[in-house]
Ligand binder design. Structure first.
Ligand code: K1U
Ligand code: ZN
Length: 169
């Protein structure tokens, strides 16, 4: 297993659009294991392959209290959305220390392959639904701060670039 470095906003690589996985083989299963290890180590509830500079449609999630219910979504597609949306507080491992409200569907149904390449439909609500929508945005090259006002987004960008400069001193 391996811990993978997580890209930090405003890295332009976070805006690449991920390609579908052709076959769930050993390479993809190793990627999934490494992503789970990286997500748990970073204390996140989700991670998209885009965030570790792999531009393939792979997501890992675990919203359980005990951190023992990993969910693997390969080539996920939203097949149903609830008629209602709500504002939810979100964070992002690629934008450390920043939390803000984003409007998301209250519930979604997602069709995806699991870690064994089996097709599954997941009916998600509450935090799982929010997390799935956040991670699927990553696969499309979208970071949650892009839902915020240009003023907020520019402040966040400046703060992140300053932190990166200080880190590399
Ligand atoms: O994609 C990521 O960067 C992971 C991200 C997922 C996420 C958190 C909250 C709402 C939507 C998506 C995180 O895990 S951020 C860290 C975290 O554990 C967390 C932050 C706020 C609320 C709940 C959890
Ligand atoms: Zn994120």
């Amino acid at each position: 297993m391996a811990l993978l470095p997580i890209l930090c906003y405003p890295d332009p690589k976070l805006h690449k659009v991920a390609k579908p996985v052709a076959v769930v083989d050993e390479r993809v299963q190793t990627l999934v294991r490494d992503m789970l290890e990286t997500m748990y180590e970073a204390k996140g509830i989700g991670l998209a392959a885009t965030q570790i500079d792999v531009h393939e449609r792979v997501i890992v999630i675990d919203v359980s209290e005990e951190r023992d219910q990993p969910l693997v979504l390969i080539n996920p597609e939203i097949v149903w959305t609830s008629p209602t949306k709500h504002l939810n507080e979100e964070g992002c491992l690629s934008v450390p220390g920043i939390y803000d409200g984003v409007e998301r569907f209250d519930a979604v149904h997602v069709q995806a392959l699991d870690g064994q390449g089996q097709s599954r439909t997941i009916e998600a609500e509450e935090l799982l639904a929010v997390c799935i929508q956040h991670e699927m945005d990553h696969l499309m090259g979208k970071v949650f701060v892009e839902y915020l006002s240009p003023l907020k987004r520019n402040r966040i960008k400046t703060k992140m670039l300053k932190a990166l400069r200080e880190e590399s001193r």
